[in-house]
Each structure stands twice: as C-alpha cells, then as structure tokens.
Design a protein around this ligand. Structure first.
Ligand code: 5RP
Length: 217
C-alpha cells in the first residue's frame, strides 16, 4: 500500500470529526493536502484558518472558507500532519517549515488532531528538529544552538529564517525548554503530548486512532 494512500486514509478519517459550523485550523503538508478535499466533500459550513499560503490557496480552490487569523481566536478543531510521532506522544513538526504557525493554531484548538502515514511512527524522536530563527543576530543565535544548520528554504511567511537543530533529542522536554529559552529562536518543531488530542496513523488500508484525552482520563 502506498504512502500516499495511507496519508489519504488518515486524512479522511480525521475529516469525519469535523461538524457543521465548526472553526477549523488547517495544517500544512502533503497529508493535509488529502484532508482539504475530504473536508470540502463533506459540504459543511466551516470557518477555516490556514497555517501556510499553500494550504490557504488549496483550500480556497476547493471552496472552503478561509479567514485571516485575527477574526477567530480559537478553533473547535485543528488537523495537521507530523514528521515524527513518538510512542510517548511527542511530535516533531516543521518539515514544511510551517511549525511556528502550526504550533499557534494547534495551541488555539480545543482538539488538535494529528494525521500521518505509518512511516511517521518512531520509537524515539531523532534529529533534526526544525527551527525558525530571527534574522537579527542570526550567527550569535546559531552559535548558542550548535549543532545547527540553515535550511535551503524560503523564509517563513512571517520573515523567519528556517534552520534545523541536529543535536540529540532523547530528552524532548528538556530540549524544548532549552530551545524555547534561547533568544532569537522564534519557535521550534517539538510539540508536547499535552497539545495532542487525537492521532490517526494509517497502516495499509486500516487507520489506528489514539484518543489521548480518553487514554489520559
Ligand atoms: O510540520 C509540517 C509542515 O511544517 C508537516 O505537517 C510535516 O512536515 C508533515 O508533512 P507531510 O504531511 O508532507 O508528511
């Protein structure tokens, strides 16, 4: 079964959670690219906010209503992909360089839902961890973050420089605290388990669904 098929199966399963009248945060990436038509096919009245110009354009083309993030201050649901999903619930995101906006939109959601193909499941997180850095003092920030490399990618829509941290990720909470406390780091791609309500991972034709809210209850 192809990776694209798995992405589509996970996206379609998550789209079923969305109900008429909801505010919806839309992530970024090739798995979200399968979510958008699945949402559009449902024909619901939704108010969406997109985490990237690519997602916004695709959503608008499909007839979804996309609003600026300013008119909406919270979401009923946000659905997004991930680069790595660890067994302890930590995520790495930002392979598409949209992690800053993605984290804001995930944190603003009552229910943050992750969709992925089976290759994204890992026993433990591994480098790189995506970063968005401020241009001002870039060399000094990078010195504090060693080992780090600049990514050959366009700036974020907010003007940030995209980079990747290559050090160990065996203590994600400690690393998240360190990266978050480093001046010049706009955002990093480590997402804590407390942010995540549901994970849909497709394996072949079947979709595993983990509801963290229920398993933590
Ligand atoms: O974090 C992201 C973009 O910044 C994506 O969700 C992540 O890279 C997964 O992408 P894909 O669905 O294409 O595998």
């Amino acid at each position: 079964m192809s990776v694209e098929h798995e992405k589509q199966r996970a996206a379609e399963a998550a789209a079923e959670l969305v109900e008429d009248g909801m505010t919806v945060g839309l992530g970024t990436g090739s798995t979200v690219a399968h979510l958008l038509p699945a949402l559009a096919r449902r024909g619901l009245s939704l108010r969406c906010v997109a985490t990237s110009p690519q997602t916004e354009e695709a959503a608008l083309t499909l007839g979804l209503r996309v609003e600026p993030f300013g008119s909406i201050d919270c979401f009923d649901i946000t659905i997004d992909g991930a680069d790595q999903i660890a067994s302890d619930g930590w995520l790495v995101k930002g392979g598409g360089a949209a992690h800053t906006r993605e984290k804001i939109v995930a944190a603003a959601a009552a229910r943050f839902v992750v969709i992925a193909d089976s290759s994204k499941r890992v026993t433990a997180l591994h480098p790189p961890v995506p970063l968005e850095l401020l241009e001002f003092g870039l060399a000094a920030t990078m010195r504090l973050l060693h080992p780090v490399s600049l990514r050959d990618a366009p700036r974020s829509p907010d003007g940030g420089v995209i980079a990747d941290y290559h050090g160990a990720v065996d203590d994600p909470a400690g690393l998240a605290a360190l990266l978050g406390a480093t001046p010049g780091v706009v955002e990093h791609g480590l997402f804590p388990p407390t942010l995540v309500a549901d994970v849909f991972v497709a394996r072949g034709d079947s979709v595993e669904h983990h509801n963290h809210a229920k398993s933590q209850a």
